[in-house]
Design a protein around this ligand. Structure first.
Ligand code: HEC
Length: 212
C-alpha cells in the first residue's frame, strides 16, 4: 500500500510541475502583453475569413511565426521580422502552425497584397506557380455563364478557367482573401531589435581594420 501511495504522490507532483512549467508560467508571461500600436483588430469580414482558413486546414501547411535570424533564414525568404507575442493579441486561437510545406503567411498581406492574385491562386495555385503542391479550392468559387451585376470575376491566366464560363468568388473566398491581406506584422515593435546594440560581432571589424 505504501508503494502505491508513493507512486500516486510522485505522479501528482510530476503532473503539477509539468502543468506549472508548460501552462501556468507561460500564461503569466504573456497575459499582460499589449497590442503594438501598429496592429489593428480584425474586422468581422477578416474574422470570417480566419474561420475559412481554419476550416480548410491551411495551417497544416502554413505557419504564422517567422523566426529570428539566429534560428533560420526566414527574413531572407521575405517572410518578415521575427514575430513577438504582441503580434498575436487578436489571434484567438492563434494559428502558429508547425508545418512549413508552404511559406510562412504572417506577412503575406505585405508580400502579396493583390486580391486578384490571391483569388486566382486559391482557385488554382498551378496557374501562378507551376508545379505547386498546394491544393486548389474550387468549391470556394462558382463557375457560371456570366457574372451578375455587382459580382466580380476572377481574372485567371488564359487556359485555367472553365471553357466558356466565368469564375465568381463565393463570400467565403472573398473573406479569406481579406484575412490574408490583413496578415501584416511589419510595424516596428518595442523594444527595438535587442541584439543589434551589443552584438558579439561588434568589436571584430575594428580589430580587423587595425590589423590590416
Ligand atoms: C498541402 C499543403 C498546403 C495547404 C493545405 C495549403 N497550402 Fe498554401 N501553399 C502551399 C505551398 C507548397 C505553397 C508554395 C507554392 C505556391 O505558391 O503555390 C503555398 C503557397 C501559398 C500562398 C502564397 C505564399 C507566398 O509567399 O507566395 C498563399 C497565400 C497560400 N498558400 C495560402 C493558402 C491558404 C489560404 C490555404 C487554405 C485555404 C492554403 N494555402 C493551404 C501548400 C499548401
Amino acid at each position: 500500500m505504501e508503494n502505491e501511495l508513493k507512486l500516486a504522490a510522485g505522479a501528482m507532483v510530476t503532473l503539477g510541475l509539468a502543468t506549472a512549467a508548460l501552462v501556468v508560467l507561460p500564461y503569466i508571461q504573456v497575459r499582460d502583453v499589449k497590442a503594438p500600436a501598429g496592429l489593428k483588430p480584425y474586422t468581422s469580414a477578416e474574422q470570417r475569413g480566419r474561420a475559412v482558413y481554419i476550416a480548410n486546414g491551411c495551417m497544416y501547411c502554413h505557419s504564422q511565426q517567422p523566426r529570428d535570424r539566429s534560428f533560420g533564414p526566414d527574413a531572407e525568404r521575405g517572410w518578415g521580422r521575427a514575430s513577438v507575442p504582441g503580434d498575436y493579441v487578436y489571434d484567438k486561437p492563434h494559428l502558429l502552425g508547425s508545418m512549413r510545406t508552404g511559406p510562412d503567411l504572417l506577412n503575406i498581406g505585405v508580400r502579396q497584397p493583390s486580391k486578384d492574385w490571391q483569388l486566382g491562386h486559391l482557385y488554382q495555385p498551378r496557374a501562378y506557380v507551376p508545379g505547386s503542391i498546394m491544393p486548389a479550392y474550387p468549391y470556394l468559387f462558382e463557375a457560371k455563364e456570366a457574372a451578375e451585376p455587382g459580382e466580380e470575376v476572377v481574372k485567371l491566366p488564359p487556359g485555367y478557367g472553365p471553357r466558356g464560363q466565368v469564375v465568381v468568388p463565393l463570400p467565403e473566398a472573398l473573406d479569406l482573401v481579406r484575412y490574408l491581406q490583413a496578415l501584416k506584422r511589419n510595424y516596428p515593435v518595442l523594444p527595438p531589435e535587442p541584439r543589434e546594440a551589443a552584438g558579439p560581432a561588434a568589436p571584430a571589424p575594428a580589430k580587423a581594420a587595425s590589423g590590416s
